[in-house]
Write a protein that binds this ligand. Structure first.
Ligand code: HEM
Length: 429
């Protein structure tokens, strides 16, 4: 029942009038609607499912410009509706300061200070040293279903891998990691699930992190050779004598979990799905991995991010003053959403943007954002994505979809793009 017959290039059938956005059909395939917007209304005001009105930016040039525009603030206090729109934007159950004062919600100079400090702890070197552990986690998860001949790759693989990886990196003890898995599961479902449940999960996670940080701080004071986990490194990080406060360490740990979890689930989920739908590309990748050539894996992951990336829309931005973008006047206080998924299919920037080409080199996609909020976790995401896909293709070489593409359900949240489940079959190991 696999979709081995899907052509490489899916023809773009853009609708004739303003398309319906945020429906289930749209969630399954938003790209034709985005093609329409890029062409006819590249900076488009729309009402979101929450009732908030926002501008959608869909062309590459304006998207990149907006991501780097200092007049577009990340701080929700600039939202014109914030007085009565509270709770519609941000993490449910987290309206107060505390965990909300994290990198994605603040502007310079606070952002500059926090980002500099976290960059001292969350270094590319730390991520590179983590590679064997990611490989171990990946193999352990595949061991769990490899003998069965079938699996749901979202639930059994793409979902647990990033949460265990980030817990390990932060220094959450193994015996507590399943709690995180449950809390994260509740958060990822919040598009459909009870908001009360999400708020409770956020609260439990916050309580746990506060206690863990407190314990780590005491250990750091007591021993000459402190733990080398990321939370300890965050506590110790200093810049010109400045340190992160206990609350800032907690907010940082939380945003690393929050920003690094569902995104990576979707990179592995969407990436595997698209490879299974593009047999020629998948074969090319499989052959190059077999011969030990990892170059195509590198460009391939970037192409999968461009073609069907985890983050459909960048997180909220608010105009601090009146400004013009793509010829549209945007009023002070208006929310602006940059549609990364639309910009990354812009034919003005990418040759044959609707073709998945793992060898693509001219590929400055916006999947990780752009400017001062550019993804801090990109090296870790690349490591996890590359390890996950390479190991799957190597250990389960005849992996195939066990459902028709139109039977698959997409999550349909506002910011993220990802599958709810991904049933596959293969010869048991
Ligand atoms: C920021 C994408 C994985 C941590 C961002 C932004 C994007 C993004 C688009 C910018 C959002 C904006 O400007 O509104 C992704 C994708 C990932 C991924 C596609 C996986 C494939 C991770 C991981 C971590 C992480 C694994 C950490 C463990 C962060 C943080 C920020 C961020 C902390 C905020 C940076 C700042 O505001 O200075 N990410 N991300 N991300 N990401 Fe990622």
């Amino acid at each position: 029942a696999a979709a081995e017959t899907v052509p490489e290039a899916v023809p773009e059938t853009a609708p004739a009038t303003v398309p319906d956005l945020f429906t289930w059909e749209f969630a399954a395939d938003p790209y034709p609607a985005y093609a329409w917007l890029r062409e006819h209304a590249p900076v488009h005001r729309t009402r979101l499912p929450s009732g908030v009105e926002a501008w959608l930016v869909t062309r590459y040039t304006e998207a990149r410009q907006a991501l780097a525009d200092g007049r577009l603030s990340k701080n929700p206090v600039h939202h014109s509706e914030s007085a009565h729109g509270k709770g519609k934007i941000g993490i449910p159950g987290e309206r107060s300061a505390n965990l909300m004062t994290h990198l994605l919600n603040i502007d310079p100079p606070d952002h500059t200070r926090l980002r500099r400090l976290v960059s001292k702890a969350f270094t590319p070197r730390r991520v590179a040293a983590f590679a064997p552990r990611v490989q171990e986690l990946t193999d352990r998860l595949i061991d769990g279903f490899a003998g069965r001949g079938e699996a749901d790759l979202i639930h059994e693989f793409a979902f647990p891998l990033p949460i265990y990886a980030i817990c390990d990196l932060l220094g959450v003890p193994p015996e507590d990691q399943d709690d995180f898995r449950d809390w994260a599961g509740m958060m990822i479902r919040h598009g459909q699930g009870p908001r009360g449940g999400v708020a409770r999960s956020v609260k439990k996670m916050r309580g746990y992190l506060a206690e863990l940080i407190h314990r780590k701080r005491e250990t750091l004071g007591a021993t000459a050779e402190p733990d080398e986990d990321l939370i300890s490194a965050l506590i110790r990080a200093s810049d010109h004598g400045e340190h992160l406060t206990e609350n800032e360490v907690a907010a940082m740990a939380f945003i690393l979990l929050f920003a690094g979890f569902e995104t990576t689930v979707n990179l592995i989920g969407n990436g595997t799905y698209q490879l299974l739908r593009h047999p020629a590309q998948r074969e090319l990748l499989q052959k190059s991995i077999e011969t030990g050539d990892m170059d195509l894996l590198g460009t391939g992951i970037e192409e999968l991010l461009r073609y069907d990336g985890p983050v459909e829309l960048a997180t909220w931005r608010f105009a601090t003053e009146e400004l013009t973008l793509g010829g549209q006047r945007i009023a002070a206080g208006d929310p602006v959403l940059v549609v990364l998924a639309a910009a990354d299919r812009d034919p003005a920037r990418f040759d044959e943007p609707d073709v998945l080409d793992l060898t693509r080199r001219d590929n400055q996609h916006l999947g990780y954002g752009h400017g001062i909020h550019y993804c801090l976790g990109a090296p870790l995401a690349r490591l996890e994505g590359q390890t996950a896909l390479a190991t799957l293709l190597t250990r389960l070489p005849d992996l195939r979809l066990a459902a028709e593409p139109d039977e698959l359900r997409w999550r349909g949240g506002l910011i993220m793009r990802g599958l709810r489940s991904l049933p596959v079959e293969f010869s048991p190991e």
